[in-house]
Design a protein around this ligand. Structure first.
Ligand code: P53
Length: 491
């Protein structure tokens, strides 16, 4: 068996999609809490009130519309916000962790809600009740020998900071983030070893960047915000290592695997540039500790001078990560504009790949691409890899006898685990662990839907938030338990 002893088999989640507990235990409001549901064809919206008393909705997503000055995030009583209850880990954590233990999880990836610890982001003191919640969760995990893998910031931004500091556009947010990190590092020093700074740092969604108005055209502001996020990540790594040298602190990128459309050099050049902008730039900074020359040149060309503080360059050099965490769902195709058939993919729009099947949400299924990406990351950056997300978002039906036969999910995961095994066994890639996404059903980040499910465990809840929240094992539950038990044999 290719998988090393101690390989971290488990599953992954994020607070704003899973935890719920809105306003409970002193939790403050995050940008996610003013974000509505959507569908694969209609974007999620963020809701605001305007100074004149009128209300405003703005499309959320990878590219959002402008949020005008003076707009204040507001929760309306008659609107459904998926993050508020999500699938309620807050009240079900004991039951859920018992199910994970039954599958034999060695680890469980979760994120801490920033606003459970600092309700406004800039509070003087942390919220003790919030800190206690994660203590209870980690203690419960310990009972089963499940290692926590903690994402410090998963599509998360305190609403108050988004409004008062313009999110990551301000250096002040770096300071607040630092305080948040120091608080959780000290508190969970002996309970958590595995940390990850920013989820999918290469994808700026509204959840992380609200406050950056007009992000598409204001390149200076956007680049400054990215710089601040990278500085914040480096600070977290450096500080974490001082608090506990045994901490293993990683970065996390969306594993965007691109293929060029043709052998036309113009397509190849576009492909190269896209890879740099969307992926390698972030890996370069976080693994090698400095902005790569191509990014410096690009900033110069745009006439952008980043605002830096003394010591920043050294900080980036010192704040490099221990491992590369990444998500992988599908590959995409890029090329010069032409008469192409398009598909959605997880990255805005992609040219349709005629060689691949797609999910109901238009995400191409490409297990070989997974092996390619594992190789690309490992042999370019020479850091151990952690697969912190992978999986199939699909609609599940409950049969008359109550069973859920998700053979499509088993098939997807089997083929991806097989390719990961090849990367380890045949190519020599170092992989630390595998945590399939949404191991217990949770809200989709992209669409806010419930019907797009990833779990081994079904949660009774629908797209409008109605349901008993009852947990029910799917067929894939036993299958994954057997995979873990056998050390990675997929049948
Ligand atoms: P959903 C965009 C591109 C790649 C991954 O996605 C993405 C997104 C945002 O949708 O999200 C990651 O729920 C993310 C998770 C998310 C998961 O992939 O849209 O880290 O929060 O749930 C799956 O099907």
């Amino acid at each position: 068996m290719a998988f090393p002893k101690g390989f971290l088999w488990g599953g992954a989640t994020a607070a704003n999609q899973y935890e719920g507990g809105y306003r409970l235990g002193g939790k403050g409001l995050a940008v996610a809490d003013i974000t509505t549901g959507g569908t694969k064809d209609t974007p999620r919206r963020m809701t605001f009130s305007m100074p004149d008393g009128s209300s405003l909705e703005v499309a959320a997503g990878l590219r959002h519309e402008d949020v005008p000055k003076g707009a204040k995030g507001k929760v309306f009583d008659d609107v459904y916000y998926p993050s508020h209850n999500a699938t309620d880990f807050y009240h079900h954590y004991k039951e859920d962790l018992a199910l994970m233990a039954e599958m034999g999880f060695r680890c469980f990836r979760l994120s801490i809600n920033w606003t459970r610890i600092f309700p406004n982001g800039d509070d003087e003191k942390p919220n003790e009740e919030g800190l206690q919640f994660y203590d209870d969760v980690f203690d419960e995990m310990k009972k089963y020998g499940i290692e926590p893998i903690v994402t410090i910031c998963h599509f998360d931004m305190p609403l108050h900071l988004a409004e008062t500091c313009d999110g990551w556009a301000s250096r002040k947010t770096v300071g607040y983030f630092e305080k948040y990190c120091e608080t959780i590092f000290r508190r969970y020093r002996d309970k958590v070893t595995w940390w990850m700074t920013f989820n999918e740092i290469n994808i700026l969604t509204d959840y992380t960047t609200l406050g950056i108005t007009d992000s598409e055209s204001d390149q200076a502001k956007k680049n400054q915000a990215i710089y601040h996020i990278l500085i914040a990540s480096a600070k977290a790594v450096r500080m974490g290592k001082r608090i506990n040298p045994d901490f293993r602190i990683g970065m996390m990128v969306a594993g965007i695997l691109m293929y060029p459309k043709t052998c036309n050099p113009a397509d190849q050049l576009l492909f190269m540039e896209y890879g740099r902008n969307m992926l390698d730039f972030y890996l370069e900074v976080q693994c090698n500790g400095a902005y790569p020359a191509y990014k410096e040149k690009e900033l110069q060309r745009l006439g952008i001078v980043l605002e830096k503080e003394p010591g920043d360059d050294e900080l980036l050099r010192q704040g490099t990560v221990d491992y590369i965490g990444f998500s992988y769902y599908n590959s995409n195709v890029i090329g010069m504009p032409g008469e192409d058939e398009m598909t959605r993919g997880n990255q805005s729009e992609s040219i349709r790949n005629p060689w691949l099947e797609e999910t109901e949400w238009g995400w191409p299924i490409d297990p070989t691409g997974f092996r390619i990406l594992l190789n690309r990351f490992y042999f370019t950056y020479k850091k151990p890899l952690m697969v912190v997300e992978n999986g199939l978002g699909a609609r599940d039906e409950i049969a008359e006898d109550g069973s859920i036969n998700d053979d499509y999910r088993i098939d997807y995961l089997r083929r991806h685990i097989e390719e990961m095994e090849k990367a380890i066994e045949l190519d020599g890639v170092e992989v630390l662990g595998y945590q399939p996404w949404g191991c217990i059903d949770l809200v989709s980040a992209g669409t806010g839907e419930m019907r797009k499910r990833y779990g081994f465990v079904y949660v009774d809840m629908d797209d409008s938030g109605k349901g008993s929240l009852e947990r029910r094992k799917k067929k894939s539950f036993d299958w994954y338990r057997d995979v873990i038990r056998s050390g990675g044999e997929v049948r």
